[in-house]
Design a protein around this ligand. Structure first.
Ligand code: PXL
Length: 268
């Protein structure tokens, strides 16, 4: 069985990050361990969450695992509560794995999430150099490359963003969560060896919290099942589409991904 470590926040209410990575990766047949970067009462789309940052605890936890013989086939990294965590997470990567899926969770729709700062962007850029696969949305790719943010993602713009992201030295980049046009959503990817790949599907006009985290979890589970980046990205996009369609209303309490888990299990 493949073993995956998920390093991101534990938002205790409002489905995202660890609370979606664990069930998705388990359903895809991976043993998933977690290293919370912070414990929050809710994710930050709710007003004023209580947040306990785990900056001081990240490395000691991983060092303890080393003494008990833990190892991982892949590590996924997401939300960092403080820019200082990038250095700690980098040390964990040194201890454990070469295969790193990094979703540089920092913002959406052209803006940083509350609690995220320009220092986070600098720190995340450093961590991008350690990644094998990068899964930014357009906002995050623009922040990390220094290119302007554009709401309407034309192919030439996506290509420019992806080229900038490949300069971090990663194998593949997949830019997620944007609109191709009024009716289509999808992703644009570029793999250093196999070149460009992309995906277009009918858009359901609903912006739900945690869908990027679901995408990252399915992408990682598919990689662990032996899929190529373009195929596992397509699986992740189809799963997110089904989740959005199955969620009756937009609410910060999160998407109804649970009903789509049986479908996901069948794809592996
Ligand atoms: O889904 C991204 C995410 C993850 N973790 C926390 C967040 C967000 C987005 O707002 O606030 C804590």
């Amino acid at each position: 069985m493949k073993r995956v470590l998920s390093i991101q926040d534990l938002s205790c209410l409002g489905k995202c990050s660890i609370t979606v990575a664990l069930p998705v990766l388990s359903a895809m047949g991976c043993a998933c361990s977690v290293l919370p970067t912070a414990v929050l009462s809710t994710h930050t789309a709710f007003p004023d969450p209580h947040c306990r940052s785990m900056t001081e605890d990240i490395l000691p936890m991983a060092q303890h695992w080393k003494t008990v013989g833990a190892d991982f086939d892949a590590i996924t990294v997401g939300y960092l509560a403080d820019p200082e965590q990038a250095e700690q997470v980098g040390k964990v990567l040194d201890l454990f794995s070469d295969t790193v899926v990094l979703d540089p969770v920092m913002g959406d729709h052209g803006r940083l999430y509350s609690r995220q700062t320009p220092d986070h962007v600098r720190a995340m850029a450093g961590l991008c150099r350690r990644a094998s696969y990068l899964l930014p949305n357009v906002t995050e790719a623009a922040l990390l490359t220094g290119l302007p943010y554009r709401e309407r993602a034309e192919e030439s713009y996506l290509r420019e963003l992806a080229a900038g992201m490949l300069e971090f030295g990663v194998k593949s980049v997949v830019i997620t969560g944007f609109q191709w046009d009024d009716i289509h959503t999808g992703f644009y990817g570029c793999d250093r060896e196999t070149g460009e790949f992309s995906y277009k599907a009918q858009r359901i006009p609903r912006s739900l919290h945690g869908t990027g985290d679901l995408f990252a979890a399915v992408f990682t589970g598919g990689l662990m099942a032996g899929k190529q980046p373009c195929d596992t990205a397509a699986l992740a996009a189809k799963f997110v589409e089904r989740v959005v369609a199955a969620t009756p209303e937009v609410s910060p309490f999160g998407a109804e991904f649970e009903s789509q888990i049986p479908w996901l299990v069948q794809q592996i």
